[in-house]
Design a protein around this ligand. Structure first.
Ligand code: SF4
Ligand code: FES
Length: 260
């Protein structure tokens, strides 16, 4: 049964009752190549300025969505436009004229007349600092040649190393290779919760959760089981959502997957 479901619901696609396959963005009338960071809303248009570009988006849209619509995409890790915003990674901070601090653009709604800046010296400095912290607990051998969304973000922000020594880390966590189609490498997990939210919001299976707190936070399948033993139906929504290749298709690796 699990295998059948895997083939029926292919990655990132939706299948209608007649068996036609649509991409999620086609259904929502969005541009396929653009990840708007948060789902689109409907309603009255709100006008604002992002990095000097005027843009109008429906009320209750996020600033992150407006920025992508204005052609000024904001770096992000825990956000993607197929899932509701969570606001955990703190990479997407912006400055808003007349407002104090650096709000997360994925969880901050637009408002009429806002003037938003997505790149300033201070924002770049904060963003790079956050990315360096993520890098400090990412397997060193996996930094240079990775091709995940996390790696793309690092490249775009010009971060290739961190300034911290080797401290407590998750490098030696055990792989979960129990599922025939994908594996889970906890050493690459940045605990963004995208897999957990994909499992509940897209698939409605609720097979995944984050167990533990702080440094001990870990993706948990079922009741502390491996993926195959859990309620996971192998739909692939979690793999599609994972930005760091902690959850990754086995077929992408020739021969045996190497754990760094
Ligand atoms: S497995 Fe991937 S999607 Fe899930 S929390 Fe870790 S990094 Fe995020
Ligand atoms: S993308 Fe906004 S906090 Fe992660």
């Amino acid at each position: 049964m699990k295998i059948l479901i895997y083939y029926l619901v292919s990655f990132a696609g939706q299948i209608d009752l007649k068996g036609n396959k649509f991409m999620w963005s086609e259904i929502r009338n969005l541009i396929e190549e653009v990840d708007y960071g948060t789902p689109p809303r409907e309603g009255k248009l709100v006008n604002l300025t992002i990095d000097g570009v005027n843009v109008s988006v429906p009320e209750k849209s996020s600033i992150m969505f407006a920025a992508a619509a204005a052609g000024k995409p904001i770096p992000k890790l825990c956000a993607t436009d197929t899932l509701e915003a969570f606001g955990s990674c703190r990479v997407c901070l912006v400055e808003i004229e007349g407002k104090y601090g650096y709000p997360a653009s994925c969880t901050t709604p637009v408002a009429e007349g806002l003037v938003v800046r997505t790149t300033t010296e201070k924002l770049d400095q904060i963003r790079r600092g956050v990315l360096e912290l993520y890098l400090s607990d990412f397997p060193p051998g996996e930094i240079a040649d990775g091709w995940s969304e996390f790696h793309e973000t690092l490249k775009k922000e010009g971060v290739s190393r961190h300034r911290y020594g080797q401290g407590k880390n998750h490098f030696d966590e055990l792989l979960d290779t129990s599922n025939p189609y994908f594996l889970f490498d906890p050493s690459k997990c940045i605990v963004c919760s995208r897999c957990v939210r994909a499992c509940s919001e897209i698939q409605g299976t609720f097979a995944l959760s984050i167990a533990g707190r702080g440094f001990d936070s870990v993706v948990n399948a079922g009741q502390d089981e491996n993926f195959l033993e859990s309620e996971c139906v192998s739909c692939g929504a979690c793999v599609q959502a994972c930005p760091s290749h902690a959850l990754v298709e086995k077929s992408l690796f020739e021969g045996e997957y190497k754990h760094v």
